[in-house]
Ligand binder design. Structure first.
Ligand SMILES: Nc1ncnc2c1ncn2[C@@H]1O[C@H](COP(=O)(O)OP(=O)(O)OP(=O)(O)O)[C@@H](O)[C@H]1O
Length: 715
């Protein structure tokens, strides 16, 4: 199953190689040889490693639920190391390519910021010592004191500026990382077809991958931890080392003055850089509205990508690239706004004043009363304070480091899920060596179904059993039968929405499995039984039937006219731009999905028949196109009145012929109305998942079987 689902992971670049080597060394040093061997022998790819981590939950044989915390065992640690080697580089490598200097700056600043608390301690100690000296000698040296106070202020300003520089740099890198992971998330979600999604392990994988993506927004179930937060480990380690250094230098009597000077210089440098940055730009109320609209647009696209309800339409009409494009445009625009926002906020002076660590400075003086008590002591109070603070910080930093490492450990498995999801190969996609381009035929699709069987995953009863059906190019075939006899399932198998377990389907004499789904789908159109009702404008609802013409009012109007929905649209308050009350969870104006720029209107409800006309219009958006050779209608007129039904069938008849009256499209429609079925060239009678009778209306009546009985009963 694994080899068919996943393509080979593509790694590494130079940056990746460097980290890979580093992690490999960690693997050799940290983890015992026997646990590494277990990983090597049982896991060939990222998916296997991820799966293995779920199996090792410690529960009696059970799999961890998606998002479940992995136990910190030797085996899991080895898996984490292996996963890091293979996956961390995927994201970091991408970021490195986009922002090499920013990443380098980020690491450098994190290292520096880790050392700052130690310098802060030194600086405070010097001031305290100065106060101690003044009190003990009875002589208050104003110049000395002022110099130290000035140095301290400079240090604080430098520290604040460095924080500002670090956070603005991190924001840019973070925004890129978020774009990268969210784009990848949409891509793998849109790529996953229904057969792939029917695998529960794949669903769990996608769920964990989604948690990972959310961690970039700070919504991870493991807290605010994303791979970028791994940098915090660098910072914490450098802080830990600096405290250790203070403790050892105090213990061995080193002088703190040079350290303070280095601190001041290092702190002042980023401050200068920060001041030299570009001036703030404006941020008006219009931007807020724009931001809300962009955010709604992204939500709408995400919803389309994630929702199972829309999946058949998304697949058939190949909405994936359009969804990705629309989302990416909105996301990029949003990032641009955020950048503007951030720039306008960058009033360095006010930020510096507001963020100055004044309480830290004042805390240095709280020891003065202690000094008065200890005024006979020969011990420097500054050294005593610094020693005590360094010790306290050492413990606090160690605690934070352990906590951060634990979060990082859990995050690695989510990252594994994300990387594996990116490699997910849809089940309907043929292997490259087997794929062939669609073989068109002038008369429409010739379909040959032989002994096809199919059972829905998780079901014991086959929904299709040994189905055999021959549909000639340009023929119209009606499929009839009782509820649950397998008609819809057969139509979805034919449309490559579902796969089949056994048998063969040839389309224009080629195995249907050799056609790429996207290629095949572009040759067909359909009205599904449970068609999607998008909560957007009429234009958007119809336009998704053929994305290139979505914004073309004339094309949309022509499709509405063909479906007899023109009267309906005229009666709506905003005509084609009326927002409909569909079954989506979003009510928003999306690009091409409703009136651009305006706020969402109150959604307008439609009757079942009216919705059906909208769905038929959607199918008609592309039905007339020459490349479309198959029209499938699953109960398209179940809610339409008799006149509308006749009109629909007349239109289909007209669409399926060229100007000379020759058939150019094959039509398959599923219906319970036998009076309608008799219009077809041939009728297939389905019972319990198989075709029991097949022929013309007259032939089936002459057969006097099940169809004849149903027909007579319906008259
Ligand atoms: N997602 C599913 N999972 C499991 N079984 C399913 C699923 N969808 C349909 N089935 C089952 O497959 C069988 C055929 O269903 P299908 O929808 O193809 O019937 P139908 O002939 O189109 O029925 P109707 O005339 O009511 O639309 C039914 O027994 C149904 O319960």
């Amino acid at each position: 199953m694994r080899s068919s689902l996943f393509s080979a992971a593509v790694l590494p670049d130079t940056f990746a190689t460097y980290f890979s080597g580093l992690l490999h060394i960690c693997g050799i040093v940290i983890f015992p040889r026997h646990s590494r061997k277990r990983v090597d022998s049982h896991s060939e790819d990222i998916y296997a490693l991820w799966l293995s981590s779920r199996e090792n939950s410690g529960d009696a044989g059970g799999l961890l639920p998606p998002g479940g915390q992995r136990a910190f065992s030797c085996h899991n640690a080895a898996l984490a190391c292996e996963l890091s080697k293979r996956c961390a580089l995927d994201i970091l490598g991408h970021l490195w390519q986009v922002h090499p200097y920013r990443i380098a700056l980020m690491v450098a600043l994190d290292l520096l910021r880790g050392v700052l608390p130690a310098f802060r301690g030194y600086s405070h100690a010097i001031i305290i010592d100065e106060v101690q000296r003044s009190v003990l000698s009875g002589h208050f040296a104003v110049e000395h004191f002022m110099r130290h106070a000035f140095m301290e202020l400079l240090r604080m300003a430098g520290e604040t500026a460095m924080d500002g520089l670090a956070s603005s740099n991190e924001n840019v890198v973070h925004a890129s990382a978020r774009f990268f992971v969210e784009h990848a998330q949409l891509e793998y979600r849109l790529r996953a077809d229904i057969p792939t999604l029917s695998d529960t392990a794949v669903r769990d994988l996608l769920q964990e991958a989604d948690i990972f993506v959310r961690s970039f927004n700070g919504f991870s179930s493991f807290g605010l931890f994303s791979p970028l937060d791994f940098m915090r480990i660098v910072s914490l380690v450098s802080e830990l080392l600096s405290h250790l250094w203070i403790l050892s230098s105090l213990t061995f009597g080193a002088t703190p003055l040079p350290v303070i000077l280095v601190s001041v210089i290092l702190s002042a440098l980023p401050s200068m850089l920060s001041w030299a940055r570009s001036p703030p730009r404006s941020w008006d109320s219009h931007t807020g509205r724009l931001e809300a609209r962009l955010s709604a647009k992204q939500d709408a696209m995400r919803h389309l990508a994630h929702s199972d309800a829309f999946r058949p339409e998304v697949m058939l009409f190949n909405l994936g690239p359009w969804i990705l494009r629309t989302w990416a445009r909105a996301r990029k625009a949003m990032l641009g706004l955020e950048r503007r926002h951030e720039n306008s906020d960058r009033d360095v002076f006010s930020k510096m004043i507001s963020q100055l660590y004044l309480s830290g400075a004042f805390s240095a003086f709280e020891h003065v009363p202690v000094l008065l008590v200890l005024n006979s002591s020969t011990t420097s109070l500054g050294a005593f304070t610094m020693y005590r603070n360094a010790l306290q910080s050492l413990f606090m930093t160690s605690g934070t480091l352990v906590h951060t490492l634990r979060m990082a450990f859990q995050s690695i498995f989510l990252m594994g899920a994300f990387s594996a999801a990116k490699e997910l190969r849809p089940r309907l996609e043929p292997r490259a060596e087997h794929a062939v381009p669609f073989q068109p035929s002038k008369q429409g699709m010739a379909i040959s179904i032989r002994n096809v069987s199919f059972t829905y995953p998780g079901s014991d009863t086959p929904s299709l059993r040994n189905v055999t059906l021959m549909v000639g190019a340009g023929e119209t075939v009606a499929i009839v039968g009782c509820n649950g006899s397998g008609k819809t399932t057969l139509s979805k198998v034919l449309l490559r929405i579902l796969d089949f377990d056994d048998g063969d389907i040839l389309v224009n004499d080629v195995d249907i499995r050799r056609y790429r789904p996207q290629d095949y789908h572009s040759r067909a159109t359909a009205v599904f039984q449970g068609f999607s009702k998008f909560s957007t404008s009429v234009q958007g609802n119809v336009g998704v039937g053929y994305i290139p013409d979505m914004r073309n009012i004339n094309s949309v109007q022509a499709a509405l006219d063909l479906a007899g929905a023109d009267h309906l649209v005229r009666s709506l308050p905003d005509g084609m731009q009326t927002t409909l009350d569909g079954d989506g969870s979003y009510h928003t104006s999306c690009e091409g999905f409703s009136a651009g720029g305006s706020l969402p209107r109150k959604p307008h409800g439609l009757s079942g028949g009216e919705w059906q006309r909208i769905a038929i219009s959607r199918a008609f958006m592309r039905a007339r196109r020459p490349e479309v050779q198959l029209l499938v209608f699953d109960e398209p007129t179940s809610s339409l009145d008799a006149h509308a039904q006749k009109q629909f069938h007349d239109t289909v008849e007209q669409i399926s012929r060229d100007s000379d009256g020759n058939r150019t499209k094959t039509v398959i429609f599923i219906t319970h109305r036998l009076s309608t079925a008799r219009r077809a060239d041939k009728i297939a009678m389905m019972e319990s998942g198989t075709i029991t009778e097949f022929g013309t209306h007259e032939q089936l009546l002459a057969l006097d079987g099940r169809y004849a009985a149903m027909y007579h009963a319906s008259m």
